[in-house]
Design a protein around this ligand. Structure first.
Ligand code: ATP
Ligand code: MG
Length: 299
């Protein structure tokens, strides 16, 4: 789940987790973090302050975990060194720590490996422990550095254990049956422009795109006749409440621009006035249909 800051990525991620749980899917919600002690906006939607570093129940049937570079780096080293004592010791080494903190790709790699670890985890019967993993991504740029990671690094490190893991990750990430990026946006000028740029960027990194959640579409409180009557009164005058008149028009214009700019399916989600946002959003999203059917994976 990606998109511009503040568009509702976390709310939509939480609502999707509820839908998945409702349909009997084992779901894990994750968010990229810097420090396990940090307050988590995603966890707030489940009434918790933070996500655990290993999958823990956030709500009945919904697991949550924070993605940390360090957790992933340790999981990776443990796999390579085949010993948790050694990997612990290695990560306590100041030199290694400084090296891992210095290279920005090492951070992304850690996060990447942690997700890969969850994808690989199976039950005794061989079925996946987590049938659906939702990643609440931070802002746009970071998403692209993660989706581009395997391709970029494989050019630098074509062999060895890192390359093997990157290729495995790539087999999930670039397969539309296994992974998809969903972009959350708003029917407003800047979010729509940023969304279109992000779709281009995702396509360049060979990331399959699931669709767009066009969030917070304002409900038009006026009928067509009322609009006609109000227009001469509001045009060019600053009137308290005029926002409710202009917002649906702006939203319509921006929705049209979004539809003209991409072939990806767009799911409109209403602006919800209720206090219990996630439950209502899940209800709306459960019945959401795209404005247009999918015709191609290309944006
Ligand atoms: N459909 C909706 N109707 C009404 N309010 C909404 C809707 N979706 C999200 N919000 C509100 O918008 C605000 C931003 O939502 P949220 O925190 O989920 O966005 P975000 O994209 O995750 O933000 P950040 O960039 O801070 O991570 C919150 O106050 C949330 O309650
Ligand atoms: Mg968020």
């Amino acid at each position: 789940m990606t998109g511009k800051g503040g568009v509702g990525r976390s709310a939509v991620t939480a609502a999707l987790a509820h839908i998945a749980q409702d349909r009997g899917t084992r779901v894990l919600v994750t968010e990229i973090g810097d420090d396990p002690e940090d307050y988590s906006p995603l966890a707030r939607y489940f009434g918790k302050d933070r996500l655990a570093t290993t999958p823990r129940e956030l709500a009945p049937g919904i697991l949550g975990a924070v993605l940390l570079a360090r957790t992933g780096q340790e999981l990776f080293l443990r796999g390579v060194l085949r010993s948790s004592t050694l990997s612990h010791a290695a990560l306590r080494s100041d030199v290694l720590r400084r090296l891992l903190n210095a290279g920005p790709s090492f951070r992304e790699m850690g996060i990447f490996f942690q997700v890969l670890h969850y994808l690989r985890t199976t039950r005794e019967d061989g079925s996946p422990e987590h049938e659906l993993i939702l990643v609440d991504m931070p802002a746009t740029g970071h998403t692209l550095s993660l989706t581009a990671l395997p391709e970029v690094l494989l050019r630098l490190i074509p062999g060895g254990p890192i390359a093997t893991a990157l290729k495995e990750g790539q087999s999930y990430l670039n397969d539309p049956d296994k992974a998809a990026a969903w972009v959350v946006t708003l029917p407003e000028t800047l979010p729509v422009s940023e969304c279109l740029e992000l779709l281009d960027g995702l396509d360049r990194t060979s990331m399959p795109i699931g669709g767009i959640f066009l969030n917070r579409v304002p409900v038009d409180p006026y009928t067509t006749r009322e609009r006609e009557l109000l227009r001469p009164l509001l045009d060019g005058t600053a009137v308290l409440g005029a926002e409710s008149y202009w917002a649906p028009e702006l939203a319509q214009r921006e929705t049209a621009r979004l539809l003209a700019g991409t072939r990806v399916p767009v799911y409109p989600l209403q602006q919800i006035p209720h206090a219990n946002l996630v439950a209502h959003l899940a209800e709306v999203m459960g019945g959401a249909r795209p404005i247009r059917r999918r015709t191609s994976m290309r944006p």
